[in-house]
Design a protein around this ligand. Structure first.
Ligand code: ADP
Ligand code: MG
Length: 358
């Protein structure tokens, strides 16, 4: 018997290609939220309110009081590669965040129902627009897809409904809605600490009491205390490490970290590079190494590290969806920060011993 010949190669349908690409960027409700949060912060919001139903799968809504979006920009808002943050190639090397270069809203519109209500300061009314597959769509079949004037406050409200309704395998992998909600709260907690001047609020739809709420005009230290419990404050140390070299890569960092008396079960690491929440196995390992010799077994620290580096030193070839991040002089920078951190912990535990002796 003969083997069957090769199957013919066919081009995937455009809509399927878009859905697959979107899934690479939007993994779960918390990754959609992270994109929306950064958009609100980029728009200068000082208040951000999040409403969630079924772990963000049924509903994920974020309301901000930022700049709003002009009526004339709404038709292309959810198209791929449409952005107000980048116009020339040289801008790319100056980017201070690892934003998605105009891909976030587009991606979301391919895997969910997306609606936007927005009002700029100078507009007399708000506008509501609905999107699907990157384009404006009418609210009802037969109606116009044009954005409709409506009442609304200054700022933008983005509503995502039925996330992953058209990608059933992704949806079935995310059945645990309380875990998804926990991830949403975790992302919000971290951004709230990094942006203590902004007031954040998060609640489940239909609930009157928020699960997370921070005041505006706060400080990093106060935000950490509010969100990780008041007992952390007395154990919280703080350093700033910078380097400025003439014409060379310069960087600065701010670190809040716990001393020997603090005992977490797992390492809590909040790592922001140029204000974007990222992960770095190398930095995490280096920090854990500092504490291994100091803390008893089974006990872990809390560390918030904000690192600002020259955007030119971030590897632009690293795909933005990769949470892992790499940058120039990573090893030296990590070492300098960890050395300073270690010295501070040592200094503080000495003075404690000294106090006890006197
Ligand atoms: P990017 O953030 O990379 O530009 P997005 O798809 O996340 O891409 O957003 C596209 C554009 O929509 C942004 O550049 C911005 O102009 C606008 N936008 C999105 N969200 C908001 C918001 N909350 N407030 C004001 N403008 C927004
Ligand atoms: Mg964005």
């Amino acid at each position: 018997s003969e083997l069957p010949g090769p199957a013919p190669i066919r081009r995937l349908q455009e809509s399927l290609i878009n859905r697959i690409a979107a899934g690479e960027i939007i993994h779960r409700p918390a990754s959609a939220l992270k994109e929306l949060l950064e958009n609100s912060l980029d728009a200068g919001a000082t208040t951000i309110r999040v409403t969630v139903k079924d772990g963000g799968l049924k509903l994920l809504q974020i309301q901000d009081n930022g700049s709003g979006i002009r009526r004339s920009d709404l038709p292309i808002l959810a198209e791929r590669f449409t952005t107000s943050k980048l116009t020339t190639f040289s801008d790319l090397t100056k980017l201070t965040t690892y934003g998605f270069r105009g891909e976030a809203l587009a991606s979301i519109s391919h895997v969910a129902y997306l609606s936007v209500v927005t009002k700029t300061r100078t507009s007399t009314c708000a506008y509501k627009a609905l999107y699907s597959d990157g384009k404006l769509v009418p609210a009802q079949p037969g109606q116009s897809e044009e954005p409709k004037p409506c009442a609304g406050n200054d700022g933008t409200t983005i509503t995502i409904e039925n996330l992953f309704f058209n990608t059933p395998t992704r949806l079935s992998a995310l059945r645990n809605t309380s875990e998804e909600y926990a991830r949403i709260l975790d992302v919000l907690t971290k951004y709230a600490i990094h942006n203590p001047k902004v007031s954040f609020m998060c609640k489940k739809a239909g609930s009157s009491s928020p699960d997370l709420s921070t005041p505006s005009a706060s400080t990093t230290r106060h935000a950490i205390k509010m969100l990780y419990g008041p007992s952390i404050e007395k154990d919280l140390l703080q350093i700033a490490v910078n380097e400025d070299m003439k014409g060379e890569v310069s960087w600065s960092s701010e670190v809040y970290f716990t001393n020997v008396n603090y005992q977490a079960k797992k390492t809590i690491l909040l790592l922001f590079i140029n204000s974007r929440l990222v992960e770095s196995t190398r930095i995490k390992r280096a920090i854990e190494n500092v504490y291994t010799g100091i803390l008893p077994k089974g006990v872990s620290p809390f560390v918030y590290l904000s690192l600002k580096i020259d955007p030119r030193s971030v590897d632009v070839n690293v795909h933005p969806t990769k949470k892992e991040v790499h940058f120039l002089n990573e090893e030296e920078i990590t070492m300098q920060i960890c050395d300073t951190l270690q010295a501070k912990i040592a200094e503080k535990s000495h003075s404690r011993v000294f106090e006890y002796q006197t």
